[in-house]
Design a protein around this ligand. Structure first.
Ligand code: ADP
Ligand code: MG
Ligand code: ZN
Length: 591
């Protein structure tokens, strides 16, 4: 039965997808254009906006997937004005809704907001408005908890529906339904009842999360399986992606940040992301000691001081904010020129969202990630509770270890999209550096050595952290853990890459232990280590090299000059790089 249902859904979504939704001959097409021009004061639609608008006006359930800043709000704000009745907008963040109400009001579009903390009179007014047959209000914004927790609200909404006045339900940040998304909100689960409670009312979900996994989950939760999915490209051609080697000492690391802020990004605005509250405070303080104007932002700060930091950054008093991921949704600054990840993100999804806050104005901006093996454990010890989290983290690590493929291509794979090599325009560290001499190392014997060390440690009831494993490998650790072979003929930095690579490929696994104060990640043999003694066992790793990156001189300003200057000084990329097609999916040993 489920198979039949799945097949029907598949056929349904395929036939829906085959319709040209971007047409301009619908009965509402003229009105749509007029409202775009006269009310929203915009000249034209951005990619896929018109498709989203036509499909929802046709009464279809749809999911709109567009990167942040692409213009998802218009996809429900504009249709709301085309037909009579009320559009309910469900959104998780009050500040985002307040912004929208402000801009709608400025355009004389009647809209209201109700949250679980709204004053009593306002709630009563909104409840009455749902029953009111002649209300002028076109858009009503509510938080999911308002819906989930207020029976009265739902009862009145039902009356609105019964009176034929519930035009559409828009659910912003719809990935919040799914535990697979990066931002799960329990109250979003409640939205599953909407499609059966209000049959024939089109649901329009909007998100910047594009993975099939999350999108399928969202459809299931909302009970709109097989609905139309409208997806625009996730490529951000104006963002330059770069991995920078993170030094071992905090001191050196701060020097890099200092240089970047003082020279490369002089006078520009940006964000420095880190993964703990303490780190964000420490880093901000160190940078201030070096004369930089930076703010600090994290979840443990009072709402009021958070607002102050945010606006000081907006006004360019602060050059940068050192923040945890708490500094996220609702950032609406178009001229963010740099995003520095002092610590890696916990997934590619998060990385894309965080780095995507740069360059909303379409001008060149840079996304620089400081990576070093040790940071894997900083993150893993925080997220290890689910296997999905670990997979996500290792996806991020693969991106950092990559020295072979265009970074855009890796991001595109993540979003199940094909941007192709040509779309990068040398706007990543791999493409802007010639890749003619890629070094590969064979890991077969190294795997055997590591396996030997781990076996030996286990027989002595000793647990090894990655650092201790490295020491034993380099014959510098405790004598009783040493192997009989030679130390590796490469640097410790490269050895760190090997350990990280083996983790992402399942040859090593992390094993978490708890002390009273912290969680420690030890290294154990992974399932794939069993195959190292097979006769045909082979494992290669491409050695990445860090490309030059000028910390002391201003970053290129425009897209053209960057592409140009690289053309002049660097040889053309050899043919063979272009042809490598499937970057992430490399042959894996059997599990
Ligand atoms: P998202 O929700 O996808 O992150 P928003 O809806 O907040 O994006 O829109 C981002 C910005 O893009 C807003 O300032 C909005 O006015 C602008 N915008 C949206 N659609 C268009 C368009 N067709 N033409 C020009 N600007 C647009
Ligand atoms: Mg939005
Ligand atoms: Zn590239």
């Amino acid at each position: 039965k489920t198979l039949l249902k799945k097949t029907i859904n598949k056929i349904k979504s395929e036939s829906l997808a085959s319709v040209d939704w971007a047409g301009t001959t619908y009965e509402w097409s003229e009105d749509v254009n007029r409202v775009l021009r006269d009310t929203f004061k915009l000249n034209s639609f951005r990619p896929k906006q018109l498709s989203a608008i036509n499909s929802t006006l046709s009464g279809q359930h749809a999911l709109v997937v567009m990167p942040t800043g692409a213009g998802k709000s218009l996809c429900y704000q504009l249709p709301a004005l085309i037909k009579p009745g009320l559009t309910i907008v469900i959104s998780p963040l009050i500040s985002l809704m307040e912004d929208q109400i402000r801009s709608l009001t400025a355009r004389k579009i009647p809209a209201k907001l109700v949250t679980s903390t709204s004053p009593r009179e306002e709630i009563t007014a909104v409840l009455n408005l749902l029953k009111d047959k002649i209300t002028p209000i076109k858009l009503l914004y509510v938080t999911p908890e308002r819906l989930a927790k207020s029976k009265r609200f739902m009862a009145n909404l039902q009356q609105c529906y019964a009176g034929g006045r519930l035009q559409r339900i828009a659910i912003d940040e719809v990935h919040c339904c799914s535990q697979w998304g990066h931002d799960f909100r329990p109250d979003y689960k409640f939205l599953g009842i909407l499609s059966s409670m209000f049959p024939n009312v089109p649901i329009l979900g909007l998100t910047a999360t594009a993975t099939a996994h999350v999108l399928n989950d969202v459809q299931k939760i909302l009970n709109i399986q097989g609905c139309l999915v409208i997806k625009s490209t996730f490529n951000r051609p104006n963002l330059f992606y770069k991995i920078l080697e993170k030094p071992t000492s905090q001191e050196e690391c701060i020097t890099i940040l200092e240089k970047l802020l003082k020279y490369r990004y002089k006078g520009e605005s940006g964000i420095i992301y880190t993964n703990s509250i303490k780190d964000s405070e420490d880093l901000a303080e160190e940078l201030r000691k070096r004369g930089l104007k930076v703010g600090c932002y994290h979840a443990h700060m009072e709402a009021d001081s958070r607002r102050k930091v945010h606006s000081k950054w907006h006004e360019k008093y602060y050059q940068a904010i050192v923040a945890t991921v708490a500094f996220g949704m609702g950032i609406d600054k178009p001229d963010v020129r740099f995003i520095i990840h002092h610590t890696i993100s916990k997934s590619m999804e998060n990385y894309y969202q965080e780095s995507g806050r740069a360059g909303r104005d379409g001008k060149r901006a840079e996304c620089v990630t400081l990576y070093r093996m040790q940071d894997i454990f900083k993150v893993s010890t925080m997220v290890f509770s689910s296997a999905g989290n670990m997979d996500n983290l290792y996806g991020m690590i693969k991106y950092c270890l990559n020295g072979k493929y265009c970074r855009r291509q890796l991001i595109a794979e993540h979003f199940e999209e094909d941007w192709g090599y040509a779309d990068c325009n040398k706007m990543c560290d791999v493409c802007s550096n010639p890749c003619s001499i890629l070094r590969e190392i064979s890991l077969e014997n190294h795997c055997k050595t590591l396996s030997y060390i781990l076996d030996k440690a286990e027989s002595k009831d000793t647990k090894l952290t990655a650092q201790k494993l490295l020491s034993a490998w380099f014959l510098t650790g405790p004598v009783n853990l040493r192997h009989k072979g030679k130390e590796p003929n490469f640097s410790r930095n490269l050895a760190e890459d090997v350990i990280a690579f083996l983790l992402t490929e399942g040859y090593l696994v992390e094993d978490f232990h708890f002390t009273a104060y912290s969680t420690i990640s030890y290294i154990k043999k992974g399932p794939n280590m069993d195959s190292v003694n097979d006769v045909d066992f082979s494992l290669k790793m491409t050695v990445r090299k860090y490309s030059d990156f000028d910390l002391d001189r201003p970053a290129p300003r425009d897209l053209e000059s960057e592409v140009h200057s690289n053309d002049k000084v660097k040889e053309k990329k050899p043919e063979k790089c272009k042809k490598m097609s499937s970057p992430i999916i490399e042959p894996k040993a059997k599990k």
